[in-house]
Design a protein around this ligand. Sequence first.
Ligand code: PFF
Length: 534
Amino acid sequence: MPQTKEAWSSRLGVILAVSGSAVGLGNFLRFPGLAAQYGGGAFMIAYFTSLLVIGIPIGWAEWTMGRSGGVRGYHSAPGIFHVVMQHPAGKYLGMFGFIIPVMVYMYYVYVEAWCLGYAYLAVTGQLAAGANFGGIFAAYTGIAQDGSAVHFGLASVGPWLVLCYAINFYFIYRGVSRGIEQVCKWGMPLLIVIALIILGRVLTLGTPDPLKPDQNVLNGLGFMWNPKDLWADLQNAELWLAASGQIFFTLTVGFGAICCYASYLKKKDDVVLSALTASAANEFCEVGLGGLITVPAAYVFLGAAGLVGMGTFGLGFNVLPSVFAQMPYGNFFAVSFFLLLFLAAFTSSLSMLQPGVAFMEEGLGLDRRSALALLGVVTAFGSLFCWWFSKDLKALDTIDFWIGTMMIYLQGFILIIVFAWSKGMGIERGWREAHDGAAMRIPVVFKFIMQWVSPVYLGVVLLMFVLSSVFGWNFSFTAPHFAPTGRITDLIGDAHSNVARLAVAFIIIGVGFTTLLVHLAGKRWTAHPPERHS
Ligand code: PFF
């Protein structure tokens, strides 16, 4: 069996790598969009509650399980769950930790390519004042018609997508410390410097148009952060669902990526403080940088009306370019912003590939080259699918919903249950293992949180999410009403979308095929367990 002797070269390296995975498009686009949509202050209360109750505790659980599996020679979620649980079901419970990163990669890398491509458009002056930003956005993303984004000129996404594939696979090929760690060691500080420069510019914009005195930076910050009707907003269950979903997405917990990264730690390497540091770095980038740049800048130039109804992508690739075009030295800031987005996305997409490669190596016995080749073919197929079926971004959106939102809740739920309740681990052992070599102790209240509060909170969130986002529940217990949402009508009935159907069929085939692979991997692991590391 090919042995992976990969390891992080330093403690800072692994923290930067996990932070690199966490800090991504979610921080600079998804978060500000959601916070503004749900009324700023109220959203933040739900957001920080979720951070404390599920984000940080499940993060500790995932780091601990990852290191535990790694020491015993396993580096992918199916393998880690298999050895940690010591039960035949373990590998199947871990398989979503392979499917999620691989499938999210397929569309995430596509958006990563937009970022690079937009930086190029800005460099060549195509995003200057007077440009038709809505038209560029539509042509670039192919949002109006299937197939319309598939071009290979430098002003379209094609070459950038190829380039993104090449660099992602190249650095994964170089390995954990020579590839991922190196990229994050340079990329993360650079990302923060760029973000600080842009932030400095945004916060000093003042009132750029004296004829519109209301559109100033303070009001922009107020628009983003001031609670509106706090009490009423807090009773909106959807806000709580959005906030917990964002916590998962942004911290990368429950995806199988962190347990893969943590599996390259040594037995006595700290996990408690490292996990906390990586989460803190992510929150700094999300709340402190992402939250202060995107929405206030747009507000100052366009007012609240310019922001309404803009989805995450509209905000980033349609509204913001027009905002930069109105700033002095706008081109410089546009290039910087899209490079920032690209760097954030790149360090995240690496963490989606590594779990895939790790499983193919240890589960199927492939060498690194073959594993990468296979993963390249599978993910390229998915990316082509999203690229071609671009109308309304239907393919991307469907996979993002079922995998990037729903399945994450499910895997996060499974993970905390396995950590706190399984025979092989359980809270007592998990708590002890987490503190092995730890640089700080976890406050003891978290033992209770991990065992009871996180699973219950997450279970409720998962259930409510399915009931509302899929079955269209009106959140009423007294007069419940259900009206199937677009997620269902996309699939069945007269108004169905063939693209959504194909996307879901693709997901089902992916899950089926993975089940088979995991079954084969299980046989292999029983017959020849990998060597332990120390
Ligand atoms: N945490 C990333 C973000 O905020 O953009 C997204 C992400 C990273 C998703 C890694 C999945 C993953 F495996």
